[in-house]
Design a protein around this ligand. Structure first.
Ligand SMILES: Nc1nc2c(ncn2[C@@H]2O[C@H](COP(=O)(O)OP(=O)(O)OP(=O)(O)O)[C@@H](O)[C@H]2O)c(=O)[nH]1
Ligand SMILES: [Mg+2]
Length: 454
């Protein structure tokens, strides 16, 4: 638990004019600095003071409020000072410059949280949750980040670490002390435990894809034949005319990407070129690119023109329209319908009929349609205590490979050295995930639980 030598300073709120701007300092100089800057001989921790910020040159910069946090009772685990100034960048810059003149160092990105980790206040998963909490693009992601900050994911991993340690302890005991009169291992139970663990890891890794879309925004691709109203849909969702809309088929050639917040979901919208059999090389390229986008989509908005006969789509296109992530919009409801029975054609899909051009309620209808669909998809996850990010998923998959090998070894050879080595590899991967690696604990367990070789 390395205590930092230097005191860091940074603006904790965004740059720009605002009601207040909060400057945070962390490190051993916080208490003496608070006393000299605010000319007070005694500072009580966690007390909100009103004071005048005095520069090194004796200039009164701003009337502020400030709170001092004592070591071990702060976010970073070190002495911390939070100064709330008037939110003018000129004032904020001068305060930071003055702190630097007094010996502080400008903090690096994430350094406050890093110190919280170094000082043992947060583990790695919790540290990441701080960033997730700040950047979450949906209510669900926010709830999950909060849970993670409270340590729920870390607790789950800790439980798994404990199971693995226990198992390693048993194996080592059998291998190292065969002459001891150890109770006969319940091999079946042992195997089941590993098996259940492996299944649970799979479930957690599986949350990764959802985590990404909830955290970064749901990649939503608008597709369909030319001229059906795809760009009109993009503009409707955005609330302004971003894409060119025209009665000419083939208007959109390249993608148009935009971000929109739809209630609690962030959507990364992609408008694409109309899909059809084309002879035009440029259009053909556009269509190829549309298909590539479809493969990466979390959500597909498939627009159809109900006033026109059903166009012929290549099977390769239809195959990409996975019903579990596709919503069909039957557009141009204001025009006379063709006699095609779209409902039988779209049997597998969720769909709704709409007029993007004439219906003033179009935006609300689509919003509800999309929200209900996403609510259903993320239902299980909205209550979820945890989801894992890329780094967690990698560690978990590493652990999973080792556990699967261990299961195989156990089935074929029973207790032996290699089995322990695989479980140690799994343990190492999990501990990396929460940022702790400590084999001493395994040894402690062996000797305390089995009282061997005393
Ligand atoms: N009558 C009617 N016309 C519509 C409706 N929605 C869109 N349109 C019109 O259909 C034409 C094509 O609309 P776009 O949004 O450009 O269609 P697109 O699918 O992006 O077309 P491409 O980019 O060429 O593939 C425009 O003239 C729109 O005004 C609708 O609900 N009713
Ligand atoms: Mg278009």
């Amino acid at each position: 638990m390395g205590v930092q030598e230097d005191t860091i300073v940074a603006l904790s709120t965004p740059w720009g004019e605002s009601g207040i701007g909060v400057i945070r300092l962390s490190g051993p100089d916080c208490l003496p600095l608070t006393k000299t800057i605010f000319r007070r001989s005694v500072i009580a921790p966690r007390h909100n003071y009103v004071g005048s910020y005095q520069t090194l040159e004796g200039l009164s910069l701003d009337d502020v409020t400030f709170v001092y946090f004592a070591p071990n009772a702060s976010f970073t685990g070190e002495a911390t000072l939070e100064i709330s100034c008037h939110g003018n960048p000129l004032i904020l810059r001068q305060v930071i410059r003055d702190c630097i003149q007094r010996g502080c160092r400008q903090a690096n990105p994430g350094e406050f949280t890093r110190r919280a980790f170094t000082n043992g206040v947060l583990d790695l998963c919790q540290s990441e949750a701080v960033a997730d909490l700040i950047h979450a693009k949906s209510q669900q992601a926010l709830a999950i980040a909060r849970n993670q900050l409270l340590g729920s994911l870390s607790k789950k991993i800790d439980r798994w670490v404990a199971i693995l340690m226990e198992q390693i302890a048993w194996i080592e005991a059998y291998l190292n002390f065969p002459e001891e009169d150890l109770p006969e291992a319940n091999r079946r139970a042992y195997f089941n435990e590993l098996y259940v663990l492996s299944e649970e890891i799979d479930k957690l890794v599986h949350t990764h894809a959802h985590y990404q879309s909830l955290q970064n925004g749901i990649t939503t691709v608008i597709v369909g034949a030319p001229n059906v109203g795809k760009s009109t849909l993009l503009n409707t969702l955005l609330g302004h005319n971003r894409a060119i809309v025209s009665p000419m088929p083939g208007t959109t050639r390249d993608f148009i990407r935009e971000y929109v917040q739809l209630e609690s979901y962030g959507l990364r919208l992609v408008d694409t070129a109309g899909i059809h059999a084309s002879c035009d090389a440029l259009e053909h390229e556009g269509i190829q690119k549309s298909l590539e986008q479809l493969e990466k989509a979390d959500l597909i908005l498939w627009v159809l023109d109900q006033s026109q006969p059903m166009p012929h789509f290549e099977q390769s296109f239809i195959q990409l329209l996975d019903p579990s992530k596709t919503l069909a919009l039957l557009n141009k409801a204001d025009l006379p319908c063709t006699d095609i029975d779209f409902s039988s054609y779209l049997r597998q899909y969720s769909y709704c009929s709409i007029s993007l051009k004439e219906d003033v309620e179009a935006f609300n209808k689509i919003q509800t349609f999309i929200r209900d669909f996403l609510d259903q998809r993320y239902e299980d996850f909205s209550q979820a205590a945890f989801m894992v990010n890329e780094r967690h998923a990698e560690s978990l998959m590493e652990a999973q490979i080792a556990i699967k090998k261990a299961i195989h070894l156990f089935q074929t050879q029973g207790f032996e050295d290699c089995l322990a080595a695989e479980l140690k590899a799994a343990l190492h991967a999990m501990e990396q995930m929460v940022g702790r690696v400590d084999y001493e604990q395994i040894l402690d367990r062996i000797f305390s639980r089995f009282c061997i070789g005393k």
